[in-house]
Each structure stands twice: as structure tokens, then as C-alpha cells.
Design a protein around this ligand. Structure first.
Ligand code: AQP
Length: 385
């Protein structure tokens, strides 16, 4: 893959420490020619949002909005890549938007919208389809997992998913992307696409006068797109299935017992945690003791993330206890954190006109920004308009 992850170009972003959710003054170095820091992320409307989506992504979105310009997107174009026909795609789109707002995202200060409202995502994705190489896409583990054994029969959209994801971010020239650990490879690819575009069009970018001086590896170049910084770290970068501690918690897992949905009520949460797979040992007194015990590690990690503590702190409280003691405490904590979000989501979903108005307004504001970037891209590529 082109020059890959070499030569990280970093941008200043405040309000987010790589190691967790607590504010920091300056995440990364800056220089005079830096891109303006901008946070972008998205969630697919492909089913019930779960605790993994919340802890791995949405809660970071909320923390980042305190000190940064943020754009949060319901990525509905992505939703048809793995499954073309959905029973209620509009309802799913609204429910993701409701989850953003119920979790605390301010759609007035920031932008909340659905991807299909801004056609520039698809336009830039086409350009990126011509920048990216088929071999890069074939290596994506998410494609391999989702396509399964019958790869020839997967949609072309599923293969090109990471190219659209790069376009989602770069159509705003966003610099930082909070995601769960499963999206790391896609963000590395977004960097590769940006880097290849910057290098291939270097002279045209200079001629258009819209670029930024950047150093890639040792080499100074004049680029148009930032090399995005993933914001993955945090207490729960990958929440695992409650039924199998080696598998990611996922909306598309056929077993509802594998995940805690944001819309689950207290009884359901208690039932799912009580039935969560564990091993016969009690909890260890230190983090080292979680090694080789994926289910125990996952439950302790979930507790730590919900309580905003370290795993070591959780084990200093529960070390030596049986799961019969730990599981009810975990269920109580999960209900305590999630219940206000669930009830606000329900309230918002009762008034879809309010959500639709938020998405419409966000779509208009996003489109204005994306249009400006796409005008520059058209100039750089050389399309006649
Ligand atoms: N288990 C997880 N732990 C931590 N973060 C997670 N995310 C997803 N699962 C976990 C993060 O949630 C954000 C939104 O994900 P998405 O819906 O856009 O796509 P996904 O990663 O494919 O999520 P799912 O739940 O597994 O959906 P399906 O089953 O439809 O594929 C992303 O930032 C993701 O990292």
C-alpha cells in the first residue's frame, strides 16, 4: 500500500486525550500550515445501536464536541452495501440521529445529518474509487468478514465501502475521526487515499492554490487532503460479544443476547448480563489475571468504561469476587448510564418531525461545506463545469 502510515502529519485538537475521554489542552503538535482541526464520524443505520457503538464511538463524539468543531453523520449510503433492501431504513436513520441527540450531541452547535442528503459524499467517493487500488480494498478485513466465503457475490459497494468512508471524512477535509478499534484499518486506508491524491495531483494542487504545505515521511509536499488522525483509544475501543469474548459486539449478530441495545430496558439488560458467558474462576485482583480470559476481560472492560475507571480500579474493588456478585453490579451500572439515554431516545422517536428538521438543517449546513471542497477537487482534477 503506497507510503501507508509513514510520516504522520499531525494536527492540534483540544478536548480529547488519546488515552481516554478526559480533556487535554493539546493532543498533538501543530505548525503554521496545519489544516483547521475538524472532527468527523459516522454510524450506519443498520440495526439496533448497542453498547459497543455507544462506548466505542458515540460517547467519544459527545466528549469531543466540548472544544471542537464536529460533524456527525448517519451514514445511510453505507447501510445498503451489505444488505440492499431494508424494512424501515428511514426509521433506522431517525433512530441513530435520536441516539446522537439523546447521548448529548448538540445539533445546533455542531452538524448532525444523514449522508444521502449531501451528494458530494458519493461524488468524492467516485474520484477516490479511481485513486484507490483494488488490491487495497481486497485486503480489508471487514470486507473479508462481511463478504464471507462467497466474495464474488458480494456487492461492489461492499468492496468500495472504505473509499466512500474516506470521502465522508475528506469531503470536509476533517482531521480527526473518533471510531472503535474495528475501523482502524479503514482509516489507514483513508490516509493512503489522501496521500496518493496529494502526491498524484501535487502540481495541480499548487496551481489551484488550495493546498497546504505538509511533510509526508521526510518529504515536504503541497497537499489538499489532511492525513486523518484516528481517535481510537479510550476505555472501550472494542466491546466484545456477551456470548463470545473473541467476537466483536455487533448489530448484525443474529443473537440478541450477544449485545446490550441502547433501547433495552432494565430487565433485558439484567437478563443479558446474567446470561453473559463467563468462565468458572472468580475475578482476579489485577489486570494480568485477565489474560487468556476474554469474557472476564470484556465484562471488566465494560464496567471500567461505564464507570470511567481503569480496569485496575475495577479489579481492586471486585478482585476475588464471583461473577454472581459482579454481574448484578455491572447490570445496575449499565442501567444507570443507559436508562436516561434510552428514555430520551424514546421521547425523540415519538416526534419524528423534530428529528427530521434537525437532519434537514444539518444536511444543508454540511452540503454548503462539502460543495466548497468539491469545487476545489473538480478544479484540481480538471473537470470542466
Ligand atoms: N463492538 C464495538 N466496540 C467498540 N466500538 C464499536 N463500534 C462498532 N462496534 C463496536 C463502533 O461504532 C461506530 C459505528 O459503527 P457502524 O455502525 O458504522 O459500523 P460497524 O463498525 O460495522 O458496527 P456494527 O455494530 O458491527 O454494525 P454491523 O453489524 O452492521 O456491521 C464505529 O466507530 C465503530 O468502530
Amino acid at each position: 500500500m503506497a507510503n501507508g502510515m509513514q510520516g504522520r502529519r499531525k494536527y492540534t485538537l483540544s478536548g480529547f486525550a488519546c488515552s481516554g475521554l478526559r480533556p487535554s489542552t493539546s493532543l498533538i503538535e501543530d505548525n503554521m500550515n496545519s489544516f483547521k482541526p475538524l472532527v468527523f464520524s459516522g454510524v450506519q443505520p443498520t440495526g439496533n445501536l448497542h453498547l459497543g457503538n455507544y462506548l466505542g464511538a458515540i460517547r467519544k463524539f459527545v466528549a469531543l464536541q466540548q472544544n471542537n468543531d464536529c460533524i456527525y453523520c448517519v451514514v445511510d449510503l453505507h447501510a445498503i452495501t451489505a444488505q440492499l433492501v431494508h424494512d424501515d431504513l428511514r426509521g433506522q436513520i431517525r433512530s441513530i440521529a435520536a441516539a446522537f441527540i439523546a447521548s448529548g450531541i448538540d445539533p445546533n452547535k455542531h452538524i448532525v445529518f444523514n449522508q444521502s442528503a449531501v451528494p458530494q459524499h458519493a461524488e468524492l467517493a467516485w474520484v477516490f474509487n479511481c485513486v484507490a487500488r483494488i488490491g487495497w480494498m481486497n485486503r480489508m478485513t471487514q470486507f473479508k468478514d462481511k463478504a464471507g466465503k462467497d466474495r464474488e457475490n458480494a456487492s461492489l459497494g461492499l468492496l468500495a465501502y472504505p473509499s466512500l468512508m474516506a470521502a465522508d471524512i475528506l469531503v470536509y477535509r476533517a482531521t480527526h475521526v473518533p471510531v472503535g478499534d474495528d475501523q482502524k484499518q479503514h482509516l489507514e486506508l483513508a490516509r493512503d487515499i489522501a496521500q496518493k491524491f496529494n502526491i498524484d495531483f501535487q502540481e495541480k494542487i499548487r496551481a489551484a492554490g488550495t493546498g497546504v504545505d505538509m511533510v509526508v515521511g521526510e518529504e515536504p509536499i503541497h497537499g489538499f487532503f489532511p492525513l486523518v488522525e484516528p481517535l481510537i483509544e479510550g476505555p472501550a475501543p472494542r466491546v466484545m460479544s456477551l456470548r463470545d469474548g473473541t467476537k466483536k459486539m455487533s448489530k448484525s449478530d443474529p443473537s440478541d443476547l450477544s449485545r446490550i441495545n441502547l433501547m433495552d430496558d432494565a430487565d433485558e439488560i439484567l437478563k443479558k448480563i446474567r446470561k453473559a458467558k463467563t468462565d468458572p474462576e472468580g475475578l482476579p485482583s489485577d489486570v494480568e489475571g485477565l489474560k487468556g480470559r476474554p469474557e472476564a476481560d470484556n465484562l471488566v472492560g465494560i464496567y471500567a468504561a461505564l464507570a470511567e475507571k481503569s480496569k485496575a480500579d475495577v479489579l481492586s474493588e471486585f478482585g476475588g469476587q464471583q461473577f454472581s456478585v459482579f454481574k448484578p453490579a455491572l447490570a445496575d451500572l449499565a442501567v444507570h448510564v443507559l436508562a436516561p439515554i434510552t428514555s430520551e431516545m424514546r421521547r425523540l422517536m415519538d416526534d419524528t418531525s423534530h428529528i427530521d428538521a434537525i437532519l434537514k438543517d444539518g444536511g444543508e449546513r454540511a452540503r454548503a461545506r462539502a460543495e466548497a471542497v468539491m469545487n476545489d477537487v473538480f478544479d484540481i482534477v480538471g473537470f470542466l463545469r
